[in-house]
Design a protein around this ligand. Structure first.
Ligand SMILES: C[S@@+](CC[C@H](N)C(=O)[O-])C[C@H]1O[C@@H](n2cnc3c(N)ncnc32)[C@H](O)[C@@H]1O
Length: 330
């Protein structure tokens, strides 16, 4: 890692599970590999990140409709934030890592409203227009091809849906100060994404706004969050106080994004009307909820209670231990 990138890494919490990308992912876009990672224990539990967790929860509580039909978290990991979705009839936790999902199943598997789905967001197995609400937190910063990802996410929305997306801000105050004092060579004002460690990216807010617009996502609200992500503050002030103070900066931080983390509430204004559901979200059949991630055919055919088959390319997708598996073989 270059000295410059190391400086950037110090400004941003690195979520580096296995230090490798899964180059076998079939789209050709590398995917970070959290399979078997200790993300929950190594990054969150007892790791001094109560403030980040608290502020992300406050941001989501302000931006998400508190209840609705179907919500999906894309890159949900072990389901850290899933308690925020309990006002919904159906809660889809989607992730590339089966072991992270297995952890989520241990916590939430008793609740029939939860649907656990293993898949690659670049090869989306959820059908078009199926989500009333979409959330994606701490995932964008692992995406090597944001436009391709947004092109997969936008069609999941209908005209009344809400999508809340979070990304890491390259033009944060610390990076600006380091650049101005010549302690960092890369410019935080350069719009191009910065890969400061393999598969960890920071984004310029202007670049991200342009990509969202291109993907057909209208940004209705933007928050800057985690302004006080500094050990000196985190170690000396109570989490609740710090989070309350930070939440007062959400809106101004959205107008002038200098915080390390940015949340946006978006909508797909040109999307189709909410599809007429064949049943309420909680009762909809998996055959209708999913599409074939390989050829996009929809609906799938239910060939058993835990087995689906694509009517077009005949691929089969099954459910084991509560997890529907749509990861395509290489
Ligand atoms: C840093 S974790 C965040 C987990 C959760 N959103 C949270 O905030 O606790 C990133 C998650 O994104 C998932 N992820 C990364 N790339 C993905 C992809 N292409 N498709 C699906 N999930 C992906 C990883 O497997 C991992 O669980």
């Amino acid at each position: 890692m270059s000295a410059n990138n190391l400086a950037a890494a110090k400004c941003t919490a690195i979520e580096q599970p296995n230090s490798k990308a899964d180059s076998t992912a079939p789209t050709g876009v590398p995917v970070i590999d959290y399979e078997g990672s200790g993300y929950r224990q190594d990054f969150w539990e007892g790791q001094g990140r109560e403030y980040e967790d608290a502020i992300e929860r406050i941001a989501l509580q302000r931006l998400l409709p508190p209840q609705g039909g179907r919500i999906a978290e894309i890159g949900a990991g072990f389901g850290r934030l899933a308690d925020l979705y309990l006002g919904y009839d159906q809660i889809v936790l989607f992730d590339y890592s089966r072991t992270m999902l297995a952890d989520a199943v241990r916590k939430w598997g008793h609740d029939p409203r939860f649907v656990f789905v293993a898949g690659n967001l670049y090869e989306m197995p959820l059908a078009a227009g199926t989500l009333d609400t979409l959330v994606m937190v701490r995932v964008m910063h692992h995406l090597a091809d944001v436009p391709a990802a947004l092109a997969q996410l936008q069609p999941l929305l209908h005209r009344s849906s809400t999508a809340v997306l979070e990304y890491a801000n390259k033009r944060n105050l610390k990076a600006v100060l380091r650049w101005l004092t010549r302690r960092q060579r890369w410019s935080p004002f350069d719009p191009a994404p910065l890969e400061f460690v393999a598969m960890n990216f920071d984004f310029h807010p202007g670049w991200m706004a342009a990509k969202m617009k291109y993907a057909g996502l209208r940004v209705d609200e933007r928050f800057g969050a985690s302004h006080f992500r500094l050990p000196a503050l985190k170690n000396n002030l109570p989490v609740g106080l710090l989070a309350r103070l930070d939440s007062r900066l959400f809106q101004i931080g959205g107008k002038f994004p200098l915080a390390p983390s940015i949340f946006v509430r978006t909508a797909a204004s040109d999307a189709a009307e909410r599809p007429q559901p064949e049943a309420s979200p909680g009762e909809a059949s998996p055959a209708h909820l999913f599409r074939c991630p390989s050829c996009a055919a929809h609906p799938l055919a239910a060939t058993g209670p835990t087995l689906l088959q694509c009517p077009s390319c005949a691929r089969q997708y099954g459910q084991t231990d509560r997890i529907w598996d749509f990861k395509l073989p290489a």
